[in-house]
Design a protein. Structure first.
Length: 216
């Protein structure tokens, strides 16, 4: 597994010209929405499930980010298949949530838990880790506030998600307690330009700050 990881990520880092975009998101509304959803949901919904859903919805609005470089051509994906990085003892596996934009948060939560468990038990099948069009790496649970990730081929982008941090935020001209989260988008400059990546992140931010947008 380490040999495969080394080969794939070395190829990605030294072949794809990476650049990075970071945005800060106010998580107050997401936290309130998650609490309400978990009063109704048959399975516990995590912030990461909300992130997967928001990213998938944003990908449908920004197809240039949902793409890959294929030698000398660009390939645009018609569907949002989101890879979710899972740490296992031997390294890292990235099971894929297919058609994530069309799935409910409870469906995403159920599927993510099942795939993560399979990954840890070494029971993932090849079709469960293939076909990703975008990836997410979340280290927030370890208290990491901000980091950059290496693009997971053949994707053009990967989003690194940090911890939700309690801090002072400006609201109506006054400093008040708040909760923020930083995400950093690693982009393959052969496929995605700075403005395209920034527009995707703006849409993602809007969805996370008003989660009702991705539920209608």
């Amino acid at each position: 597994m380490r040999k495969t990881i080394a080969r794939r990520l070395s190829e990605s880092k030294f072949t794809a010209p990476h650049f990075y975009l970071t945005i800060e998101i106010n998580m107050e509304e997401a936290m309130a929405t998650r609490k309400k959803l978990n009063e109704l949901s048959p399975v516990k919904i995590s912030f990461n499930d909300m992130i997967v859903k928001a990213a998938a919805v944003a990908l449908r609005q920004h197809p240039q980010v949902n793409a890959s470089w294929q030698g000398d051509t660009l390939r645009y994906a018609h569907h949002a298949h989101v890879g979710v990085a899972v740490a296992v003892e031997e390294g890292l596996l990235v099971p894929v949530i297919r058609f994530a934009d069309a799935k409910s948060l409870s469906q995403i939560a159920t599927e993510t838990k099942e795939l993560a468990q399979k990954a840890k038990e070494k029971k993932l099948q090849p079709h469960e880790w293939e076909g990703n069009t975008f990836s997410i790496s979340n280290l927030g649970m370890f208290g990491i506030e901000e980091f950059t990730a290496i693009i997971n081929p053949p994707d053009a982008c990967i989003m690194a998600v940090g911890a939700i941090k309690e801090t002072a935020v400006v609201k109506d001209g006054a400093l008040v307690p708040g909760s923020v989260m930083k995400v950093t988008l690693s982009c393959d400059h052969r496929v995605v330009d700075g403005a395209s990546g920034a527009q995707f992140l703006q849409t993602f931010k809007q969805l996370m700050e008003a989660p009702i947008r991705m539920l209608v």
